[in-house]
Design a protein around this ligand. Structure first.
Ligand code: NAD
Ligand code: DAU
Length: 364
């Protein structure tokens, strides 16, 4: 049987590049990778694929309809997997416009191109065609300590401009299913961690700062809870949804792994102590700084639907995934240096320079 082609958008970012690498490693599909290469997208993330004739990289914007139409016409994909997005909550607070442009307008353009393409496919290919939209648990807003985890039926209550833009995109995806019968699938996943995550995000930021002896900036009291999932487990879930998911359905994906931010940072400090005993204890670097405005207190995912209906399970225990992640960052200092260049240093000054060192108690 001929290998299918998938159009992957945002495949030079964190999750997208992990997805593309594993899809190519396993020979699941030929990949056309459309990425704008914003500050978050890096050709270095795709170096492993150098010389792979079945990975075609195209620098461009999901909001460029002429380009997307041309790529669909030329490569005739069996599926589109949409990772392209502005993804950092703190950046959405300091500058929301780009989030609306890519996450909302860009997604709508991509959907419209997909619709045009799908309508022209011959019936057998049209029936097998899928658009998989990769979304987040942040669309559901925040949970109290005793609330049940988010299900696919939880109400959308986004609290940050990032979450609102992803919620709007999810609604557009749903509308293209309801109105035009476009065969779409949406996944809402919890916090990912693992290799190739941009150093602006919690775990790689703490690894970089801890290794360099810099302060570890904890927003507010650090008791906010996230549900952590190793990135490779997320990629496997996405493949399962692509293969067996029912068009029009949404699937929650999570790691059954609720941890406070302070738990995460303390675990990392213990791993750093073991790796660099001369700098121990790294926990002395923990510094409480002023909180993220609108900071969601707790996320937790009920992933029973994807487990029950599609047979997916997370496979990586948190301790094992965290140790593997630290090892990866320590072994890839060149990658970190390439990704955390001048623009990243400016971001660090912008985001952390104005934060007061005071401990803020009791988030929402
Ligand atoms: P990322 O910021 O690391 O990567 C985003 C990629 O999209 C980058 O390569 C960037 O260059 C590209 N991009 C941005 N705007 C684009 C545009 N207009 N056209 C084409 N490419 C564009 O993000 P990530 O953490 O890998 O997240 C990928 C997706 O998964 C996002 O949609 C995010 O909302 C979702 N998600 C992320 C997490 C997480 O924990 N990181 C969890 C759940 C869902
Ligand atoms: O839940 C899924 C989401 O997870 C994705 O949709 C987002 O794209 C992804 O960025 C992530 O969002 P978070 O805001 O949860 O991730 P971040 O790594 O930015 O922060 C994790 C937690 O750590 C959050 O409670 C804020 C806190 N934090 C973060 C940073 C960067 C700190 O305390 N200090 C920091 O310096």
């Amino acid at each position: 049987m001929q290998m299918p082609t998938w159009l992957v958008t945002g495949g030079a970012g964190f999750i997208g590049s992990n997805f593309v690498r594993s899809a190519r490693r396993e020979g699941l599909a030929r990949i056309v990778n459309l990425d704008k290469l914003t500050y978050a997208g890096h050709p270095e993330n795709l170096e492993e694929l150098g010389g792979d004739g079945d990975h075609v990289f195209v620098r461009g914007d999901i909001g460029d309809a002429a380009l997307v139409d041309a790529l669909l016409r030329e490569h005739q994909p069996a599926a589109i997997v949409n990772f392209a997005a502005e993804s950092h909550v703190d950046r959405s607070i300091l500058g929301p416009a780009e989030f609306i442009q890519t996450n909302v307008v860009g997604t709508q353009v991509l959907l419209q191109c997909a619709l045009r393409y799908w309508k022209e496919l011959e019936p057998r290919r049209a029936q097998a065609f899928r658009v998989l939209h990769v979304s987040t648990d942040e669309v559901y807003g925040t949970l109290g300590a005793n609330d049940a985890p988010f299900t696919e039926d939880s109400q959308y209550r986004p609290n940050s401009p990032y979450a609102a833009s992803k919620a709007a995109a999810d609604h557009l995806v749903r509308a293209y299913s309801q109105t035009f019968s476009l065969p779409v699938l949406t996944t809402n996943c919890s916090n990912n961690y693992g290799p190739y995550q941009h150093p602006e995000k919690l775990i790689p930021l703490m690894i970089g700062n801890g290794t360099a002896g810099r302060p570890l900036p904890v927003y507010g009291d650090g008791l906010q809870i996230r549900d952590w999932l190793y990135v490779q487990d997320h990629c496997e879930a996405l493949c399962r949804v692509l293969e067996r998911g029912v068009p029009g359905e949404t699937y929650n994906i999570g790691g059954d792994c609720e941890r406070t931010n302070l738990d995460i940072i303390s675990s990392l400090c213990r791993l750093l102590d073991a790796a660099h005993p001369q700098s121990a204890p790294h926990a002395r670097l923990i510094t409480h700084v002023s909180d993220r405005p609108g900071h969601d207190r707790r996320y937790a995912i009920d992933a029973s639907k994807i487990k029950r209906e599609l047979g997916w399970q997370p496979r990586t225990a948190f301790g094992e995934g965290l140790a593997r992640t630290l090892d990866w960052y320590e072994a890839h200092a060149g990658w970190v240096a390439a990704v955390a260049g001048g623009a990243h240093q400016r971001w660090i000054e912008t985001n952390y320079g104005g934060r007061s060192p005071a401990v803020e108690r009791g988030g929402r």
